[in-house]
Design a protein around this ligand. Structure first.
Ligand code: 5AD
Length: 439
């Protein structure tokens, strides 16, 4: 018998890439591949990549250089995902040791393409297949209490900074019944928290059902205790969706809601479809409907033409929206995006300086909010052992991380904890027994 070929996949970028890697393990598993965590043992090495910022791509180039040491005779080193899609065959020219380049719509052919590459012919597949949602491919996940579920692929929005429409193609939603089926299978195996994924996930529509229907249907699945989703688009929070969130108990009290900028002028140049005021209205509507809800966001500084005064509007928005957390980025010019044609390049040092000020503002706001939370009681889901020490890492419904002194076998359990301290972002908590909780 020929020994099974071993595949190693290293994943960069967003949660959808994590889900896509699970899909690739599913696809390759059907072809007899087995997974390995050790690049030195692998016959096939794949790097699943991100293209949203230049530094993400540079990191991958560096990593591919390191991984090529592990490539054995007849082995294959491939770059897949968004960077593969963006650069296509050019990547084969630029990086001589790469044998295989496959974009997010090409994974169905992965095994075949690997065979071609293994025979010595370097290949690229970056065709868009607007129908492809890999419905028939069961992803291979690490068994655990939480799971990512892709419900929508691609993007029809045209934010001028963003490369994703060029790397992931047009928007398409999976059928509600198919998503629910997958959630039921996961719940049957003990997964109680699901995160629904899409580029603009709340614009989900399968032709018959919208995102409100999807939330209610997933929230009704037996065994599902928590539903999260990422990332929504501000103006796709229709009253129906807000209502569904409010009445579906499983939907968690946290929304990651990318704002990108606090300046209307910048938002318009980014082709975001809302103003600062409209964004704040959406936040207020969600706060009114869902008590205790928390918000995180994505923010870009140094977008072409951004003035100091416009940047300061972003700083003031952080305070006004009162975010619990924010992912902050310095604008990175991406070839192929509309923003390359915009005038008003912001010097790198100016961008770095704004980023530092923004991070400081975000941290101070988060710290103030975290300190005020000490003493609160929360339900947490124990996810895994913390990196250091003996404590377990658990998460509140509001998406705060809590270190708790519990035994390792509590992974997957729900406990009530009192928050007793904070580093400013993470919390320390003590388990409160139900009897004590009554007192
Ligand atoms: N430069 C910097 N940040 C970007 N993002 C997307 N494109 C760019 C870019 N060209 C950020 C946005 C998005 C997040 C995933 O990455 O904030 O929400």
């Amino acid at each position: 018998m020929i020994p099974a070929r071993r595949v190693y996949i290293e994943t960069y970028g967003c949660q959808m890439n994590v889900a896509d890697s699970e899909l690739m393990f599913g696809l390759l598993g059907r072809e007899g591949y087995v997974r390995t965590e050790q690049p030195a043992e692998a016959d096939v090495l794949l790097v699943n990549t991100c293209a949203v910022r230049d530094n993400a791509e540079q990191r991958v180039i560096g990593r591919v250089g390191e991984l090529q040491r592990h490539k054995r005779a007849g082995g294959v080193l491939g770059v897949v995902g968004c960077m593969a899609q963006r650069l296509g065959p050019k990547l084969l020219e630029q990086v001589p040791r790469v044998d295989l380049v496959v974009g997010p719509d090409g994974y169905r052919n992965l095994a075949q393409l690997i065979d071609i590459a293994a025979s010595g012919q370097r290949v690229a597949d970056t065709e868009f297949r607007a129908w492809e949602h890999y419905e028939d491919v069961p992803p291979v996940r690490e068994k655990g209490p939480t799971a990512f579920i892709t419900v929508q692929r691609g993007c029809d929005y045209r934010c001028t900074f963003c490369i994703v429409p060029q790397t992931r193609g047009p928007e398409r939603s999976r059928r509600l019944a198919d998503v629910v089926g997958e959630v039921e299978r996961l719940a049957g195996q003990g997964t109680s928290e699901v995160t629904l994924l899409g580029q603009t996930v709340n614009s989900y529509h399968d032709g018959e059902h919208d995102f409100a229907d999807l939330l209610s249907a997933v929230g009704r699945v037996n065994g599902v205790r928590r539903v999260r989703f990422t990332s929504p688009y501000p103006t796709d929070f229709t009253p129906r969706v807000v209502e569904a969130m409010a009445i579906t108990d499983a939907v968690c009290e946290h929304v990651h809601l990318p704002v990108q900028s606090g300046s209307n002028v910048v938002l318009r140049r980014m082709l975001r479809r809302y103003t600062r005021q409209r964004y704040l209205e959406v936040v207020a509507a969600l706060r009114a409907a869902i008590p205790g809800i928390t918000f995180s966001t994505d923010i870009i500084v140094g977008f072409p033409g951004e003035t100091e005064a416009q940047f300061e509007e972003t700083l003031s928005l952080v305070a006004e929206a009162d975010f619990d957390d924010a992912y902050t980025f310095k604008y990175s010019l991406r070839d192929g995006t509309p923003a390359v044609r915009l005038p008003g390049h912001v010097a790198d040092e100016v961008g770095s300086e704004r980023l530092a000020r923004l991070i400081d503002t975000v941290r101070r706001n988060a710290r103030r909010k975290s300190l005020a939370r000490v003493g609160e009681m929360h339900e947490v889901l124990v996810e895994r052992r913390a990196k250091r020490g003996e404590l377990m890492l658990a998460r509140t419904r509001t998406n705060h991380l809590v270190l708790v002194d519990l035994p390792a076998q509590t992974v997957g359990e729900y406990h009530r904890v009192r928050l007793t301290g904070t580093t400013g972002s993470t919390f320390i908590g003590t388990v409160v027994t139900p009897a004590l909780a009554v007192l």
